[in-house]
Design a protein around this ligand. Structure first.
Ligand SMILES: Cc1ncc(COP(=O)(O)O)c(C=O)c1O
Length: 391
């Protein structure tokens, strides 16, 4: 039988992280590989109470089909939260999606033709690379550094190609943990202001800052060019798969068509439970707890790295989020380190899948949010021992 698969799907690799996560199902493995929030902080009792109340008070209403845009009151809640950050976004400009990951897919469907140029960060979020690959875009990776995007390189790419979309995670980026400085954001905005390029600002971690000051969103700087992606995955729970896109009116109209074609609407019951939870609880208190705990976990990881890693290894010191990025001496393959590290039951993600056209790279991602401080120390000590035999 011939090949039945579309060209679209044939070229897209499976998510390497999902493959690694299979290894980490072995409970004796200390895993810094996943991107999981800390489950001990899930508001279980509050979600139980919200669910019971909703079913008792709204009965069968919450079990029915609903609108493609998403539940109005939830969109109003999201718009009000943006307003607190001086961002003027109308509920009509918000589409509730099945996680922000679906936002990426719907944007690909709505904006990208085959061969269209897309700027992504290097290293960049694997889920975005995968989502846009389905639409056969042409990637132009622009390196990120502790200040943000490499502006010279971005300028060069923008002047030599017609870039349709630029994707970035300016707060506590996945995978590197870095955040764009205020100056860097202005520099990016200046380069995009006169162009037709759409900037997709994906911000699942922005509220999880444990150090430093919040920075302006690109929506404050170049609102016409900016599409925002948001999510409840990291601030409430990920299993409901509830996120959103905030976009200007003409884009929203097309996104709604794409949403209808994909799944009619996002899980309505989940939207209602989340909203009930938000109405009955103080989300800022909850987020404060997450920040405090992630700050402690991050400190445990940074101090263990300082103590146990060879001095040739460099690492980012994130001010928020869930990840830290390690750069090994050049020539040392993180994939080779991974093989040895699994033998001592420590997992992480080698940098390779976060690049579109590089292999055997000397970088790796460590997640600190899903492992407790003592286990972090043990895992980093074991990984440090492996590294010392290799540098
Ligand atoms: C940068 C980034 N965007 C999007 C997502 C997807 O999140 P969601 O659960 O909202 O689909 C993740 C998840 O790890 C992420 O790190």
């Amino acid at each position: 039988m011939g090949n039945i698969f579309s060209d679209r799907i044939s070229d897209v690799p499976r998510s390497f992280i999902r493959e690694i996560l299979k290894i980490t199902l072995d409970e004796s493995v200390i895993s810094f590989a996943g991107g999981l929030p800390n489950r001990d902080l899930f508001p279980l009792e509050e979600i139980k109470a919200a669910t019971a109340k909703l079913l008792a008070e709204s009965g069968k209403d919450v079990l029915q089909y609903s609108s493609s845009e998403g539940y109005r009151e939830l969109r109003e809640w999201i718009a009000a939260r943006y307003r607190k950050k001086e961002m003027t976004i109308d509920p009509d400009n918000i589409l509730i999606t099945a996680g922000s990951q679906q936002g990426l897919d719907l944007l690909g469907k709505t904006i990208l033709n085959e061969g269209d140029s897309v700027v992504i960060e290097e290293p960049g979020y694997l889920g975005a690379i995968q989502a846009f690959s389905i639409y056969r875009s042409r990637f132009h990776p622009v390196p990120v550094n502790p200040e943000g995007m490499d502006l010279d390189m971005l300028g060069q790419v923008l002047s030599s190609h017609t870039v349709k979309l630029m994707y970035c995670v300016p707060n506590f980026q996945n995978p590197s943990g870095i955040s764009y400085s205020a100056e860097n954001r202005c520099g990016v905005a200046d380069l995009l202001r006169q162009r037709n390029t759409l900037l997709v600002e994906d911000d699942p971690y922005g509220e999880l800052r444990f150090l430093g000051q919040d920075k302006q969103s690109f929506h404050n700087l170049i609102p016409h060019n900016t599409v925002l992606l948001g999510s409840f995955s990291k601030i409430v729970i990920p299993s409901f798969r509830i996120g959103w896109i905030a976009a200007r009116h003409d884009i929203m109209e097309k996104l709604i068509i794409a949403k209808q074609a994909s799944d009619l609407h996002t899980n309505y019951f989940g939207q209602r439970v989340i909203l009930q939870y938000l109405k009955d609880n103080n989300i800022d208190d909850h987020i404060a707890k997450i920040r405090e705990e992630y700050g402690r976990q991050r400190d445990a990881m940074v101090s263990a790295i300082r103590e146990y890693f060879p001095s040739e290894a460099h690492y980012t010191e994130p001010e928020g989020g869930m990840f830290l990025w390690v750069t090994l001496p050049s020539g040392l393959s993180a994939m080779e380190v991974f093989k040895k590290s699994i033998a001592v039951k420590v997992a992480f993600v080698p940098g390779d899948p976060f690049y579109v056209n590089r292999e055997q790279v000397n970088t790796l991602r460590l997640n600190f949010s899903s492992v407790d401080a003592d286990t972090i120390r043990t895992g980093i000590r074991r990984l440090g021992d492996v590294l010392k035999t290799m540098v």
